[in-house]
Design a protein around this ligand. Structure first.
Ligand code: SAJ
Length: 423
């Protein structure tokens, strides 16, 4: 089988390598000529464990060819970005461009697979009409499938093989054709369904997480008000075998959880009050963290160091990162803010400068480096206070004031209806 992968990013490139590794003839196409040139010279342009070695192998044995001109193939897999419009709805421009590029090369019997995350009904409402206008009957002449990617950055090579795959055909024949493509390497379960169900199920996976995280974040706010430790409450509640309260934090970042729920809410605004509220709660957290810095320090903080710029631990991705939003909110208050992140080149500054005379360090990302901090950095602070929004810090010092999202109630200086005497 000859497979053309369109879009060689975080999903397209590993997918191309995986098919080639399993003895399929693969061409990888990208509109970015610099990416193609780099790949042709033997080097990948993204960070992903195990990918460089696997790529080099299939490049050398000729099974994968990076090309800047798309060619005919049996199967076309579209893995292009789906950014969002200003109103947060799904922007399908790159998908439409990819389908436009495929149409002149398309032959009867070919299969087109969309892996990009899209709003419900995009496969049947955008792709199918374009193909039918070009004279192809979907399900008869060509097969069209939505097979959403579901891999976690950092473990893509393993998850591509072992994750279960949802294969949504425009017709049942399309789904069967899609299954035949992925069975070349997928060891997880392959579930055949229709395209719209596949689209919405992918969005709901991330919406499920976003909504549950919002519940944990709301618990933080209400517990501070009621003078209770939210993290203790989560630990207790999760002792119940059917309860799994998620982990609260400074907000939700990345290009999935913070984006995908909007593809649902903009498609059905009247029917999605819960999902919309969850998004608002998670979006409010960076401001809540900044407010908490004010409360804890009685608005006396002049300099704050934020530990982490990435949206989650041990990655270099800063897309939609709450850490950077906390920095903005603190700066608006006139506070000098230094963001330090050893994983992100732009923020990999000298930590001595960042910590010197700081009134507080806010841990915003769960990088391993922040679990323990050199004593010399802590002692260089004007006030040795750590506000750990990720609950990861393991160090100790007798002069250290350590605050988590569970202990904010100790600092809440607004009037309370409940007060508990502490022993
Ligand atoms: N977060 C919390 N509390 C939690 C869990 C996460 O605050 O209990 C925050 C993280 O700190 C981060 C954000 O949520 O800011 C998202 O992190 P994540 O690790 O949950 O997810 P992503 O965005 O890196 O990847 C998700 C995955 N989806 C699910 O687990 C349902 C991944 O499998 C998908 O492939 C990916 O979205 C995607 O591309 O859609």
């Amino acid at each position: 089988m000859k497979i053309a992968i369109i879009g060689l990013g975080y999903i397209g490139l590993p997918t191309a390598v995986m098919f080639a590794k399993h003895r399929q003839k693969v061409i990888g196409f990208d509109t970015n000529k610099e990416v193609i040139a780099r790949l042709q010279s033997g080097f990948i342009h993204i960070e992903e464990p195990g990918l460089q070695e696997a790529f080099q192998n299939v490049l050398e044995n000729g099974l994968l060819r990076p090309v800047s001109q798309l060619e005919p193939a049996d199967t076309f897999i579209i893995a292009v970005p789906t950014p969002h419009m200003e109103d947060h709805s799904c922007d399908t421009r790159y998908i439409r461009q990819a389908v436009q590029d495929v149409i002149p090369l398309l032959e009867k019997g070919n299969t087109i697979i969309l892996e990009s995350t899209v709003a419900p009904k995009t496969t049947t409402g955008v792709i199918q009409p374009m193909l039918e206008e070009a004279g192809f009957t979907v399900g008869v002449d060509v097969h069209v499938v939505h097979c959403p990617e579901r891999v976690l950055p950092g473990q893509i090579m393993m998850e591509l093989v072992h994750n279960n795959r949802i294969i949504g055909g425009v017709t049942p024949e399309c789904a069967i054709a899609g299954g035949q493509v992925y069975q070349t390497f997928v060891k997880g379960e392959m579930v055949l369904t229709d395209a719209s169900t596949a689209e919405l199920s992918k969005l709901m996976e991330n919406t499920f997480r976003d909504t549950n995280i919002a519940l944990a974040n709301e618990l933080v706010k209400l517990s501070a008000e009621l003078d209770i430790n939210a993290l203790d409450v989560i630990e207790m509640a999760n002792k119940h075998s059917r309860v799994n309260i998620h982990t609260p934090g400074p907000g939700v970042g990345g290009h999935c959880l913070a984006v995908d729920p909007y593809f649902i809410t903009t498609a059905a605004p009247e029917q999605t009050p819960l999902i919309q509220t969850a998004r608002e709660i998670n979006r409010s957290m960076p401001e809540y963290v900044a407010q908490s810095v004010d409360v804890i320090t009685n608005s006396t903080a002049k300099k704050v160091v934020i530990l982490g710029a990435a949206y989650k631990g041990n990655v270099d991705d800063i897309r939609e990162s709450p850490a950077l939003k906390i920095a903005e909110h603190l700066q608006k208050r006139g506070i000098e803010v230094h963001v330090y992140d050893p994983h992100v080149a732009y923020y990999n500054m000298n930590p001595e400068i960042a910590f010197a005379d700081a009134d507080m360090a806010v841990i915003a990302t769960e990088h391993d480096e922040f679990k323990r901090l050199p004593m010399s950095l802590l002692t260089s602070m004007a006030n040795m206070q750590i506000f750990d929004t990720k609950n990861i810090f393991e160090g100790d010092h007798e002069e250290l004031t350590y605050i988590t999202l569970g202990t904010l109630h100790r600092y809440t200086n607004r009037p309370r209806s409940f007060t508990h005497k502490k022993a």
